[in-house]
Design a protein around this ligand. Structure first.
Ligand code: 13P
Length: 340
């Protein structure tokens, strides 16, 4: 199969009506934090048990077309010995892998961060592909504060993200391109719009310079929202309107899918916002979907609490959130549906 047909096949399996992506790729410090909130110790066995619970949830493939895994999970198995990427694939869920190595301070741009992990990336990707990964994810973060993000921060992050995406495509792996404008702060929705526009403009320009084909990427952006400590909140309709306006300014129509991150929104907010986006997006050129981590997993962790006897309840919680977000893909979610 040619590289292009391989990329196209993966895109077709990932971007599916009514379905979205589950982000289950928390790094070791992040999963430890999530587990701690429900009093579970982050041991390798607990992480295996938890992620195995997620991927073997009955019916998950009805609403989830892809899962982002952490490196360790690629090599782990279910209790009956099935590799976890295979357990996902058997449900029609494409396995993918987070490949960035987290952020460090960007020198000479105080307050800005840059993501690491390009060195040796192509060798790692070849190995991940052998383990079943068909797509990858790389996240850049941008803090909104007085002078941040700086022009330097925006430029350097875009360049790194584009290099990652180009390497992925050259190996037949679909890159999820994730420029995350953080929710932290008390900024207005207008300021978030302005920053997100500048960030995405730089990202798509860098992707073009690096000859990344927009037909074979998935964009994973943050929505345009006010900072979490902002005095004025925004309705799902306002968020949808501003997010769509911003995407129309910056994202080529050739991009097949935009799968939002939840970034600290509650599960209900993330679903309501995605629903409003789809309700408003009649003639949008891209599919608008989800790639949620916390907004899908928060109720699951609460139900599970690290106990084998809670696995079924935890899986039901995941199925429910996936189903509600599946409904939000067509703008047919209502708050009433939360009650069932
Ligand atoms: P959240 O939806 O919790 O923001 O996680 C998505 C993700 O993959 C962040 O990189």
């Amino acid at each position: 199969m040619s590289i292009q047909s391989e990329l196209q096949a993966t895109i077709s399996d990932m971007i599916v009506e009514g379905k979205g992506i589950l982000a289950a790729d928390e790094s070791l410090p992040t999963i430890a934090k999530r587990f701690k909130a429900v009093n579970v110790e982050s041991t390798e066995e607990n992480r295996r048990a938890y992620r195995s619970l997620l991927l073997t949830t009955p019916g998950l493939g009805e609403f989830i077309s892809g899962v982002i895994l952490f490196e360790e999970t690629l090599g782990q198995k279910t209790a009956d010995g099935k590799p976890l990427p295979q357990a996902a694939a058997e449900q029609g869920i494409v396995p993918g892998i987070k490949v960035d190595k987290g952020t460090v301070a960007l020198a000479n741009a105080p307050g800005d961060l840059v993501t690491q992990g390009l060195d040796g990336l192509s060798d790692r990707l070849v190995a991940y592909k052998e383990q079943g990964a068909r797509f990858a994810k790389w996240r850049e973060v941008y803090t909104i504060a007085g002078h941040n993000p700086t022009a330097l921060g925006i430029k350097v992050n875009a360049e790194v993200l584009a290099r990652y995406a180009a390497i992925c495509q050259s190996l037949g792996i679909v890159p999820i391109v994730e420029p995350e404008v953080l929710l932290d702060g008390d900024h207005t929705i207008e300021r978030c719009f302005e920053v997100t526009e500048a960030v995405q403009h730089a990202v798509f320009h860098a992707l073009y310079r690096h000859r990344v084909e927009p037909e074979y990427i998935v964009l994973k952006p943050s929505m345009v929202v006010p900072g979490k400590d902002a005095p004025t909140k925004a309705s799902p309709e306002e968020i949808a309107e501003k997010t769509l306006a911003q995407l129309r300014r910056t994202v080529p129509a050739a991009v097949p899918g935009i799968n939002f991150l939840s970034g600290g929104q509650t599960p209900e907010e993330a679903t309501a916002n995605l629903n409003a986006l789809n309700a408003m997006a009649d003639n949008a050129p891209w599919q608008l979907s989800f790639s949620y981590g916390r907004a899908l997993q928060e109720p699951v962790l609460k139900a599970w609490q690290g106990r084998a006897e809670n696995v079924q309840a935890a899986q039901q919680a995941l199925y429910k959130r996936a189903k509600l977000n599946g409904a939000a893909r067509t703008g047919s979610y209502t708050a009433e549906m939360e009650k069932n």
